[in-house]
Design a protein around this ligand. Sequence first.
Ligand SMILES: Cc1cc2nc3c(=O)[nH]c(=O)nc-3n(C[C@H](O)[C@H](O)[C@H](O)COP(=O)(O)OP(=O)(O)OC[C@H]3O[C@@H](n4cnc5c(N)ncnc54)[C@H](O)[C@@H]3O)c2cc1C
Length: 393
Amino acid sequence: VTRLKIIIIGGGFGGVKTALDLVDDKRFDISLVSENPNFKYYPALYRTATGGKRNISEVSLNNIFVGKKINLIYDSVVSISKDTQSIKTATGNSIKYDALVLSLGVKTNYFGIEGLDKFSYGIKSTEDAEMLKDHLHKQLIEENRLDSNYVVIGGGPTGIELAGALPTYIKQITDNHGVRPRSIHIDLVEASPRLLPRMPKDVSRSVKKHLKRIGVKVYLKSSVQGQTATELTVNNKPIRSHTVIWTAGVTNHPFFKDNDFQLAKNSKVRVDQFLQAEPGIYVIGDNADTPFSGMAQTALYDGKYVAKNLKRLVANEQPEAYKAKKPIYVVPAGPRYAAVLWGKIRIYGYFGYLLRRAADFMAYNDYLPWQVAAQLWSIEDEEENSCPRCTSE
Ligand SMILES: Cc1cc2nc3c(=O)[nH]c(=O)nc-3n(C[C@H](O)[C@H](O)[C@H](O)COP(=O)(O)OP(=O)(O)OC[C@H]3O[C@@H](n4cnc5c(N)ncnc54)[C@H](O)[C@@H]3O)c2cc1C
C-alpha cells in the first residue's frame, strides 16, 4: 500500500499536534522537520525567567514521540519547490512530500528601534529566559544593588505575565543575596492607550489596577525610541536601566516572503477555507492569516483540523471547511492571580489562577502521556537557580 507522505515543518504547537494526530495512522508516512530538537512551551517561559525550572518550558521532541513511527529531522528548512513538491534544508537535504504542513512560528520584531536588538532581553526561548534570570542574579553579585529600573516593554499577555512575576522574584533574590532592600522599580511600557489592546476595555482596566497593587508601574501611550547599554528612551525621556525586556513585537517567519507565498497586510499567509496556501500546502498556527492566529490554542486547533482533513482525504471524503474557534484568554498577572476571558465571562484573581493551572495541565497533556504531563505540571512552582549565591536547588 502506498502511504501519503506528509512533511510537517516546525516542532511547535501546530506542527507537533498535527504529527501526533496522524502518527498512529498507517495510511501516512510522517516526517517532522524542526530546527530545534525541543518543543517550546512558551506559556511557562516567564516562570523559567523568574526562578522556575528550565524543563517546564521545554520538552524534547524525542520524548514526545517516543515509540512512534515518525522521521524526526532536526534541520532548518530554507526553501520549497512547488513544482517538484519538495523542500530543501540548510544542510542541503531535499525531501519530497505529497502534502506539506507549515507551522514555523514567528520572529521577534524590533521595528528598527536602535539598540534593542543589542541590549534588550527577550522571552521567546528557554535560552532567552535563562539569560534574563542569570542577568538578574549577576547584577546583584557584581554591583551589590538593584537595577535602577526593570523595564518590560509590551502590554500584551507576555509582557503582563512577566512584569507581574518580577516584583516577588526580585524581592526574593534581593533577600537571598543579602542586598540592602530598596524600593524595586518595575515598569511596564505600552504604546497604545491601554494594556491588552486586543481584549475588552474592562479587562485591561482590571489587570492594570492589579499590577499597580503589586508594585508594577504601567506607562501607557509610551513608545520606545532607542536603547543604549545604560538607558532606554521612552517618549523622548531617558529611563536608567540595564534590564529591559522586549515583548512588544513579532513578525511572520521570513520563509514565506522568501518563497513567494501570498501575504496579508499583517505579513501572515493568506489561506483558503481549508487552511491551504496552495493545494496540498497547509499553513497553520501563527503563520496563517486566520482570526485568532497568534495563540497556542489556535495552533493546536489548526493542527487537529488539518490532521482530520488529511484523514478525510485518504478516505476519499470531502474535506471540511475551517471554522475559526475563539480561544479562552488566560493572562497571569502576578502570584496566584490571572485574568480569564471566556466568551463573555470574566474571572479575576485566585480562581483565574486555578483555571490557568488547569489549562497548563491540559496543554501538557495534549502533547505528552498524562503521567509525564502530570509530573511536569506538578513542578511548575518549583525553583531552580544556577546562581552560586542562591541556595535553592
Ligand atoms: C512568552 C510567550 C508566552 C505565550 N503564552 C501563550 C499563552 O499563554 N496562551 C496561548 O494561547 N498562546 C501563548 N503564546 C503564543 C503561542 O506560543 C504561539 O501562538 C504558538 O507557539 C504558535 O504555534 P506555532 O506552531 O505556530 O509556532 P511555534 O510553537 O513557535 O513553533 C514553530 C516551530 O518551528 C521551528 N522552526 C522555525 N523555523 C524553522 C525552519 N526554518 N525550519 C524548521 N523548523 C523551524 C521552531 O524552532 C519551532 O519549533 C505565547 C507566546 C510567547 C512568546
